[in-house]
Design a protein around this ligand. Sequence first.
Ligand code: FA5
Length: 343
Amino acid sequence: MQDKIDSILKYALEKLDAISLADDCQKLRVELLGKSGKVTELFRYIKEVDADQKQKVGQMLNSLKTKLDEMINAKETFLRQEELNKQILSAKKIDITLPTNAKTGSLHPRTIIQKQIEDVFVSMGFVVEDGSEIETEYNNFTAVNVPENHPARDMQDTFWLDNGQVLKTHTSASQNRILKKYNPPIRAIFPGRCFRNENIDASHENTFFQLEGVIVDKDVSVGNLIYFMKEMLSKIFKKEIEVRLRPGFFPFTEPSFEMDIRCPFCDGKGCSICKNSGWIELCPCGIIHPQVLRNGGIDPEKYSGCAFGLGLDRMTMISAGIDDIRELNSGNLKLLKQFKLDL
Ligand code: FA5
């Protein structure tokens, strides 16, 4: 009996060694342990064995059965895991030679408008400057003539940092650095992200964008301001745009104005975009206060300047016909993807 058991074990080992598919383990199990398998056949011999040997032979065959079962199971588990690994790997395989069908992203409408405005100003001899989002109290307020304890500092509800600096509340915070950097004549625009501790509604965000411009030269007047703004607006809206000035107040400009544009959508007849008034409020502007020039190292006796602070979100909303500023930060791709850069 021992010989027979040994020869079945040897056979099973050789077979298992040669098997490379998990399903073949099942076939071997049937061949050895199935109803008419080799081991089952051996069990039939028990009745022919002497009575005093029956128990011993039975134990030998049972342990052979258990051993074979374990060997086949181990090999089957190993092969099944290997097959699974191959499936996972082949699913993850990337063929870098295939053409890509990945969808590319698109520019945000505000970025599109910013680039268009930058292009127009650059074509008129302006440099485009960058500004920091964290500013000193001096740059954000003092340099632009907002004195200590002046209500203007409360007017712009500010995010103050622990170190006494601020999240820039307006792009005017870059004026001083730019005035110091360039000698007149200066023509510069500087777009940037601004932050105010505002209650959010359809026209106010706590994080928004402005695009500021300064012109400093001999005898700069409101006429220069109107000229450059009209040029920019006409290029953006692709038609002549009429503007008007209303009195305003800013500590950094004197006089200060609010510039409105004749509604480019209804040509002033009245529509939903201009709320039937025929005019759209565009941006504050004015003649740079002499103290601001002085703070920037420029002699106000020799030079004068004008400045404007365009709300980029507002300009984007006007151009794209969006009536709620929150849409711009919403990540609503359906809306945002409608706008294409036309360079
Ligand atoms: C200023 O920030 C001035 N520094 C602008 C300026 C520059 C005036 C140079 C004169 C000379 P104001 O707070 O009005 O001004 O903001 C300018 C524009 O930024 C607004 O017309 C508006 O379009 C936009 N703006 C201001 N606050 C918000 C806000 N919370 N959300 C979205 N846009 C805003």
